[in-house]
Design a protein around this ligand. Sequence first.
Ligand code: B12
Ligand code: SF4
Length: 447
Amino acid sequence: MRIALIAMSGIRVVDTELLEMGLTLPGFVERSKTIASLPSLGLLTLAALTPEEHEVDYIEVEDIRHLDHLPSDFDLVGISSFSAQIGEAYALADGFRAMGTPVVLGGLHVTSLPAEAMLHSDAIVIGEGEPVWAELVRDAANGTLKPVYDGRTCAYDLEDAPLPAYDLLDIERYNRLTVQTSRGCPHRCEFCASSILLTEGYKQKPIDLVLREIDAIKALWKHPFIEFADDNAFVNHRYWKTLLPQLAERHVRWFAETDLSVAKDPELLDMMRESGCAQVLIGLESPVPTGLDGLELHNNWKRKRYDEYRSAIDAIQSRGISVNGCFVLGLDGHTADVFDEVIDFVQESGLLEVQVTILTPFPGTPLYDRLSREGRLLYPGEWNRCTLFDLNFQPSDMSVEELQHGFRRMASVLYGDEMTAERRARFKSILRSIQTERAAPALGGVA
Ligand code: B12
Ligand code: SF4
């Protein structure tokens, strides 16, 4: 068979005012450019699991309006999309099916809303794709595709993870590539729409397999930038203390998403810096304790650590690792003051990067169910608004307009020339003082 694996790709915002504003803000533009080009790790992984007798094409579609025709020479089409582009994914699927090409859909959105996805496909995959892909391909080759393949009914261990087919990529097009070391996260935030929707529990990939992936990337790209696509990378410090020295030998630069716990482990922080960590992204979520209470379903982990936010940022950044602090606006209890509170927090804490998003009820999350029960969803079913930048619900302590206007104003300050330049200057000065510190003992020796 000839199989097309199609990733819906790119960045989406519906709010036209925010979009136009975003296009001109230096801090925002830079971040968007950096992340917008990431490939689909899920599809590269499934490509690697496809038996050799089949031919696989990996295709990224940024906007279906730019497609002038659909190729008719595929025997099977697999499409991956998150919620924001699922409408486009469905339209693409409908187009292929109208030509008689069988289509399989998978990913976070499909896992959350299987019945909806089944209307646009010959087969869907719920949960992780790895445990069911070989069977699905075999069935497709025999013309016996089943409507549903449920990865959650099979135990899947990351010990069995294949080497993602990075070699399918036109490597020149990417400014970073993703590697996963783990899936899941112990915190279980109410709004979390990441891989905790795919798989129960937290699991890690054996270190030798992670290193095999880094080596494969290095064979294609000499000095790569790696984004660890984990939901929460540093849950297990011991694991990373074994991995990092071996990563250091490979001379790559890297980025990861983590919770605050790294800041309490100076040995880990030093190892991160030595192994090429450029930035960690941390979900601080709220610049004030309001909003943090009850955010996680299991315990109040983030609320309990609120008082450590500033010292943790200092501990990490003093190593020359920038912290990208993420704030979610519109949490229950946030008032219209929260926008200035974010700006003040960023300035006072010395955060070197900042990411602001609007609380988003993604389908399948406990947040979605609660807001739905409370009658607070404004556009149920309009998944194209699930962008993290478009408001979809009635906030608890401000009006819709207050949140939208406040968010735009805050973004224009945070990503405007002045604060962006301030953050860059601050980072340069941290790097200079680290260099001076490192040079000092050597000079002392000469003297
Ligand atoms: C890398 C990444 C991107 C890349 C995506 C590249 C791509 N096409 O995959 C880029 C930068 C383009 C991107 C864009 C966006 N992203 Co993004 N992104 C991520 C990130 C950091 C990692 C995702 C990842 O690689 N996971 C690992 C792979 C292995 O998992 P997977 O893709 O789910 O695939 C597995 C299964 O789902 C399944 N599967 C998936 N697809 C298919 C298809 C078939 C046919 C089959 C059989 C199986 C299958 O099998 C795979 C293996 O088990 C996550 C955050 C995180 N830490 O997870 C956010 C995340 C996925 N993004 C998110 C969002 C909101 C967006 C944007 C809307 C942002 C925006 N405003 O534009 C856009 C959406 C674009 C779209 N297509 O809809 C949300 C999605 C929530 C949701 N449920 O929709 C996440 C979870 C972050 C968050 N804060 O909540 N993103
Ligand atoms: S800490 Fe992040 S990854 Fe973990 S549950 Fe919360 S939002 Fe999801």
